[in-house]
Design a protein around this ligand. Structure first.
Ligand SMILES: NC(=O)c1ccc[n+]([C@@H]2O[C@H](COP(=O)([O-])OP(=O)(O)OC[C@H]3O[C@@H](n4cnc5c(N)ncnc54)[C@H](OP(=O)(O)O)[C@@H]3O)[C@@H](O)[C@H]2O)c1
Length: 248
């Protein structure tokens, strides 16, 4: 049986993928114009160093962002500084708000956050920025892969690994730099979710590089040679041993 939540989530993914496929069909200059002309609603799960940094880039690109915390009042200064396209809410409110969601909490919290929000996250596009290195789940991610492990704790969510592979300060300082842009490696199993993630990486001010499936996310996991690079897309593709996209 299909719930209204599932139907709604599927509709959102189709809308987002349609916008993203428009982007890939257009020449590069107008593609970026199209991306910024199609603002989305994004919810962040967590608004610490990483969630606040990436969410801020999306607000500046014209998206509406709900930043979340277990104590949303603590985000007052952040959202006031960003203007009317930014707001603060609980984790549940941010997930409900977002056509897409950024997962930016300590990896340790994934089982609990996944459990508490299981229904709301089913069918959602989730950009997963977490690194497990200092968490008790590190051994599991080493054994099974970090993308696969995230998918286990968020069953039914359309997971794309993104924004995990550099420090938040590097994202802030390199966003929208003159060409060549900084490349952001992403990986996922869901083609439509990957298209959404590509358009969100672009509008944050970077060139997306699709590295492969969730299993391939280990190629740019923290602690590997693929982590921590500030490189143009062709150079990062060479480093990670994947084909560079024909256009960024
Ligand atoms: N910082 C970076 O440069 C960077 C770069 C790449 C990837 N990452 C990854 O991004 C994730 C977040 O890192 P961070 O540096 O942003 O951490 P942080 O500054 O400590 O912020 C953590 C955020 O997660 C929230 N949070 C913690 N436990 C939670 C729970 N059980 N339920 C809901 N929300 C919870 C906190 O919100 P409350 O207000 O509710 O406490 C806070 O907003 C980590 O997995 C990290 O590996 C970080």
């Amino acid at each position: 049986m299909t719930s209204s939540t599932d139907t709604c989530s599927r509709r959102h993914v189709l809308q987002l993928a349609a916008a993203a496929s428009l982007v890939t069909a257009l020449p590069i200059a107008s593609a970026f114009a199209q991306t910024s002309a199609a603002p989305l609603k994004i919810g962040t799960i967590g608004a610490g160093s990483l969630g606040a940094a990436v969410g801020t880039l999306w607000v500046k690109a014209g998206h509406e962002v709900m930043f979340s915390s277990r104590h949303p009042e603590s985000l007052k200064d952040l959202v006031e500084s960003l203007g009317p396209k930014a707001r603060a809410g609980t984790v549940a409110e941010a997930i409900a708000f977002g056509d897409a969601v950024l997962l930016a909490v300590p990896y340790e919290a994934y089982p609990q956050v996944g459990r508490d929000n299981a229904d709301a996250l089913k069918g959602k596009v989730v950009l997963d920025a977490g690194n497990a290195n200092r968490s008790s789940l590190y051994a599991e991610t080493q054994e099974n892969g970090i993308g696969v492990t995230t998918a286990k704790y968020f069953p039914g969510a359309r997971i794309v690994r993104a924004f995990n592979a550099a420090n938040n300060r590097l994202f802030t300082s390199n966003a929208n730099r003159p060409a060549p842009r900084m490349a952001i490696p992403i990986a996922g199993d869901d083609a439509k979710a990957l298209e959404v993630a590509k358009s969100l990486v672009s509008s944050a001010g970077f060139d997306p590089l699709v590295v492969g499936s969730l299993r391939d996310a280990d190629k740019f996991a923290m602690g590997t040679d693929g982590f921590g690079h500030v490189l143009p897309v062709a150079d990062l593709a060479a480093k990670l041993g994947v084909a560079a996209p024909a256009t960024p």
